[in-house]
Every structure is written in structure tokens, then in C-alpha cells.
Design a protein around this ligand. Structure first.
Ligand code: HEC
Ligand code: HEC
Length: 243
């Protein structure tokens, strides 16, 4: 009897060992499979996540722009702008300096296809009058000063317009202030004809602060997808827009 109990115990112990081993081997197999899967664009874009966040989502704090889900044509133009000196950022230019047009196209397509949630709106804590001024400029412009509404080009929902106009939501306020300032001072350029330089020239420092504050305090509703390509309604021509 004792002998039989002993044999059953040994068998059970063996079964447990086999089971545990199979779990371990299984998880190793899964790990191996995962390593193969992640050895892809996601893997190669690891260097970008340090600043742009996991999969390019970023946050609306700090200074790093969200890149996930932006129109591929816009992203591609920015990558060549950094590489070819129309935009200036030491790290960005350095990272991209030896990349071919074809590879930058691949990167742009990768990020534009990512569908990821937007960060919550940034509470501005700013004077309601300043925010109201920003809202007016973004939605309606200012006819007296010949300032077009931002939504005329960036889409009614401010989530961009295909193929080369980016969305204006989910970006840190400081980033938006800096970009409009860079156009005004000539340190950021887009492919010609560069419509944003025309827009930026017409904005005062207070206008820039007002639009950036209002934009960064807005929630993104829905998917955040860019609007489809359409003719824009301003007298200012942009490269990449339908004639
Ligand atoms: C050390 C931080 C850092 C790293 C790493 C980095 N970026 Fe950037 N990136 C920035 C900053 C800062 C800006 C905004 C620069 C400016 O003021 O114009 C930017 C801008 C961009 C833009 C333009 C976004 C827009 O809305 O106009 C794209 C696209 C971009 N980065 C892609 C990448 C890709 C792809 C990688 C990896 C190959 C990468 N970045 C790695 C900091 C970084
Ligand atoms: C005539 C069309 C047009 C109008 C009007 C316009 N934009 Fe733009 N904007 C563009 C285009 C096109 C780009 C992309 C330029 C490039 O390729 O660098 C852009 C880019 C930007 C960017 C850079 C976004 C990023 O991720 O780096 C900001 C910020 C911006 N616009 C803000 C504004 C604001 C604020 C207004 C209203 C006061 C405005 N724009 C009005 C066409 C326009």
C-alpha cells in the first residue's frame, strides 16, 4: 500500500514537472515569436519614443509634438524639412541625415497609420478674454487684419486635412507658440508656396499666445482623423493643396 502511494506521488510530481516545463517552453516560444514580430518598424523606431512617446503619441505637456496619426504627406514633408535644413532641431536633423527619401516615406506611412487616443485637454488657467480671442481667430479669423480662419485650412474639426495639412489639437501650447514664432522669424520653412509664413506674419505676439492657449485647451472628439482632401477657401496658396 505504502509502495503504491509512493509511486502515485512520484508520478504526480513528474506530471507537475512536465506541466511546468511545458509552460516555460511555451512562454519561451511565445517570446521568440514576439521578438520576430517586433523586429519591424516599431522596433526600428525605438529611438523616437524617448521624446515622442510610445508610438509617437506624446502628451500635450512639455514640448514634443505628437506624430501618430498625422497625414503621411505632412509627416514626410517634415522629415525631409529637418534633413534638408528647412526646419532646425539638432537631434532630429542628426537622426535623419543619412536616411533616404524612400525610408522617410516608410516612416511617415508607419506613424500616420497609428490610431491612438489623444491626451486630455491641457487646462490653461488663462484669462477667459485671452481664450475667447484665440477661439475667434481660430474659428473665424479677423477680416479687418486679413487673418484667415485657421479652420479654413486645418479642417473644421482642427484635426488636419489630407494630404499635407496637420491637425492643431493634442499639441503642447509651448510647441505651437514656438512653431508660429519660428515661421515669423524665418527659422521654419515649408515647401514653397509656404502659406504658414503668410499667416504667421499677420499674427501679433498676443494673437499667437491666444490661439496656442485656446487650441491646447481643446479636447479632441472622435477619432481625430484628418479631413479628406478638399479645396481650401483662403486666398493664400499652400504647397501640396489642390489648386
Ligand atoms: C531627443 C528628442 C527627439 C528624438 C529622439 C526624436 N525627435 Fe522628432 N522631434 C523632436 C522635437 C523637439 C521636435 C520639434 C522640433 C521643432 O521645434 O521644430 C520634433 C519633431 C518631429 C516631427 C515633426 C512633427 C510635426 O508635427 O511637425 C517629426 C515627424 C518627428 N519629429 C519624427 C521623429 C522620428 C521619426 C524620430 C525617430 C527616428 C524622432 N522624431 C526622434 C524631438 C525628438
Ligand atoms: C492657407 C492655409 C492655412 C491657414 C489659413 C493656416 N494654416 Fe497652419 N498650416 C498650414 C499648412 C499647409 C501647414 C503645414 C506646413 C508644413 O508643411 O510645414 C500648417 C502648419 C501649421 C502648424 C505646425 C503644426 C505642427 O505640428 O508642427 C501650426 C502650429 C499651425 N499651422 C497653426 C496655424 C494657426 C494657429 C492658424 C490660424 C491663425 C493657421 N495655422 C492657419 C496651412 C494653413
Amino acid at each position: 500500500m505504502q509502495n503504491m502511494l509512493f509511486r502515485i506521488t512520484i508520478k504526480l510530481a513528474f506530471a507537475v514537472i512536465v506541466f511546468l516545463y511545458s509552460l516555460l517552453a511555451g512562454s519561451q516560444a511565445v517570446q521568440a515569436a514576439e521578438t520576430v514580430i517586433t523586429d519591424s518598424m516599431q522596433q526600428r523606431m525605438q529611438a523616437c519614443t524617448v521624446c515622442h512617446g510610445k508610438e509617437g503619441v506624446s502628451t500635450n505637456q512639455g514640448y514634443f509634438p505628437r506624430i501618430a496619426g498625422k497625414p503621411a504627406g505632412y509627416l514626410y514633408n517634415q522629415l525631409i524639412n529637418f534633413r534638408d535644413g528647412r526646419r532646425h532641431n539638432l537631434v532630429m536633423s542628426h537622426l535623419l541625415q543619412n536616411m533616404s527619401d524612400a525610408y522617410l516615406q516608410e516612416i511617415a506611412l508607419y506613424y500616420s497609420a497609428l490610431e491612438l487616443p489623444y491626451p486630455p485637454a491641457q487646462s490653461s488657467g488663462l484669462a477667459p478674454t485671452l481664450l475667447e480671442k484665440g477661439k475667434q481667430l481660430v474659428l473665424y479669423g479677423d477680416k479687418a487684419r486679413d487673418i484667415p480662419a485657421c479652420v479654413a485650412c486645418h479642417g473644421e474639426a482642427m484635426t488636419g486635412r489630407m494630404p499635407t495639412t496637420p491637425g492643431l489639437l493634442g499639441l503642447p501650447r509651448d510647441y505651437v507658440v514656438a512653431q508660429i514664432g519660428a515661421w515669423k522669424s524665418g527659422s521654419r520653412k515649408a515647401l514653397a508656396p509656404d502659406c504658414m509664413v503668410e499667416v504667421a506674419k499677420r499674427l501679433s505676439t498676443q494673437d499667437i499666445y491666444a490661439v496656442s492657449s485656446w487650441l491646447s485647451s481643446q479636447l479632441v472628439s472622435g477619432t481625430g482623423h484628418a479631413a479628406s482632401a478638399s479645396k481650401q477657401k483662403t486666398a493664400i496658396a499652400c504647397a501640396g493643396d489642390k489648386p
